[in-house]
Every structure is written in C-alpha cells, then in structure tokens.
Design a protein around this ligand. Structure first.
Ligand SMILES: Nc1nc2c(ncn2[C@@H]2O[C@H](COP(=O)(O)OP(=O)(O)O)[C@@H](O)[C@H]2O)c(=O)[nH]1
Ligand SMILES: [Mg+2]
Length: 259
C-alpha cells in the first residue's frame, strides 16, 4: 500500500514537471509538434486504408464448357468434383489456394469468382470486373475452332470494358484441356483470336453509333490487331483442369494477388 502511494506521488511529480516544461515552450513549437502528430496519424490511416483496398479477386470466365468449374475446384481442393455441379449461378469462394495450404506462415486467401459466359449472367461480370486483380479467360483448346468466333466476341467485350481498360486489369487467356493430343497450342489460339478480333473490330466500327455499346476501341487503327496493343497486359498459358496441371494459372494468380 505504501509502495502504491509512493508511486502516485512520483507520477504526479513527473506530470507537474512535464506540464511546466510544456508551458515554457514557445507556442510555435507546440503547434508544430501537434501538426506533426496529426500528419503522421493521417498518413498511417491512409496507408491502412490503401492496403485494405488492394483486391484479391480473380475472375474466372469464358464460354461454357471450357472447364471453369473444374479449374475452380482444382484451385480450391486440388480435385475435380466431377459431375456434381450443374448450377448456372457463378461459383464464388475465398480460400487459400490448395497448392499453398502446405506452405508455412500466414497466406493471403484469394477470392475466385467463376462467372459463366451465358449472356444472361453477363451483368454478373460487370459486378465483379471493376474490383478484379486479374481476369482468367478460359478457352477450350480441344473444341476451339467451332467456338473461336463466340469466344473472341466475348473476349472483345471484356477487353473494351471501361473498368478493364482504365484499371489495366491483367488478363490471362488460359487454353484448357491440353491433356488431349488434339488440343490446339496456345500460340495457335492466340493468333486465331487476334485474327477474329481484327475482323470484329472492323464490323463493329461500321455499326451506327447508337448501337455501339463498347466503351473503348481496341488496337491501333490501320494495323492488324495484336494483344500486345492492349492497354492491359494480355498473356496466354496452358492448363489441364482434369489432370490438375494448373501451375501456370496459379503463377498468374500469385503474381497479382501476393500471398
Ligand atoms: N479433357 C479435358 N476435359 C476437361 C478438362 N476440364 C474440363 N473438362 C470437361 O469439360 C466439360 C466442361 O467442364 P466445366 O468445368 O463444367 O466447364 P465450364 O462450363 O466452363 O464450367 C466437362 O465435361 C469436363 O469434364 C480438361 O482439362 N481436360
Ligand atoms: Mg461451370
């Protein structure tokens, strides 16, 4: 009890000393100190806010049948869940990638959103694209040629969206089903889609202004279209969702959503 009283006295003494010291300071110095304190507090708050705002969302999209659902489950569980999913709704989940679960330490979860390419679900795309850290456009490398035009149209729509262009959201064209020998290579698919988009560009710019819904135009006028002309980074990769060969996909995700 005595100890406590002694301590109280001591603290009161220091407090008085401190107050006296502050009182004899010129006011300018006090204001400067207060300003510095306020400034650092605001800066720290801003840094916190900014860090939070960093997106961990990856949008997985493409025509139906490309293998998005299989890829989604491979990323999450390391297995395929074959034949269990028939839902038309986008699959969405926030999880640590299955391949990262064995790693030590705190690993940032990734939000993966599987948005099917059905036209009636495209509004879903507008909801998720603006906050995406990256877009994975899944292409069926096996049944590529019959779907080339539709896939290119869909890709064209994504690449001309204001949210994608302004924020320069990186896009990966993922050629899936490479486990089959008849699957087309990613270079072939890239070239064919560039040609198709080149044609689309010509036909869409011929449409009367009232019908044009694309917010941005693609490529360089007078030059054949190439993905390298896009404002955002467009790359290609290969995968086999069925066999779990998804390392290039995981690399893309980890490049834009840091663990
Ligand atoms: N050979 C092969 N078939 C696949 C692969 N990934 C998916 N499939 C098959 O392609 C079909 C469509 O897959 P799904 O994931 O439902 O495609 P989604 O419509 O894009 O979600 C299913 O019959 C899958 O078994 C793959 O890597 N290789
Ligand atoms: Mg699906």
């Amino acid at each position: 009890m005595e100890d406590f009283e002694q301590w109280k006295e001591q603290i009161a003494h220091w407090w008085r000393l401190g107050l006296e010291y502050v009182r004899q300071l010129p006011p300018e110095q006090l204001y400067a100190a207060a300003a510095v304190l306020a400034f650092t507090t605001i800066l720290l708050l801003l840094i916190r806010l900014f860090k939070r705002a960093k997106s961990n969302t990856i949008v997985l999209t493409g025509l139906s049948g490309g293998g998005k659902t299989v890829l989604f489950y491979q990323l999450r569980d390391g297995s395929t869940h074959q034949g269990t999913v028939t839902s038309m709704e986008p699959n969405e989940g926030t999880f640590v990638l299955h391949s990262d679960t064995t790693k030590k330490g705190k690993i940032k979860p990734v939000q993966i959103v599987d948005v099917p390419g059905h036209s009636r679900l495209r509004p879903k795309l507008d909801e998720y694209l603006p906050k995406a850290a990256g877009i994975v456009f899944v292409v069926d490398a096996l049944e590529f040629l019959p779907n080339c035009r539709a896939a290119s149209e869909y890709l064209y729509d994504i690449l001309t969206k204001g949210s994608v262009v302004k924020k320069k959201i990186p896009l990966l064209i993922l050629c899936n089903k490479t486990d089959k020998v008849t699957a087309h290579s990613k270079d072939f698919i890239r070239r064919q889609m560039e040609k198709e988009i080149d044609k689309l560009r010509a036909s869409r710019s011929a449409v009367s202004d009232a019908d044009v819904t694309n917010e941005f135009t693609l490529g360089v006028a007078g030059e054949p279209f190439s993905f390298s002309q896009c404002y955002n980074e467009v790359t290609t990769a290969e995968a086999s969702g069925i066999n779990g060969e998804i390392s290039q996909l995981e690399q893309f995700i980890r490049k834009y959503v840091k663990p």
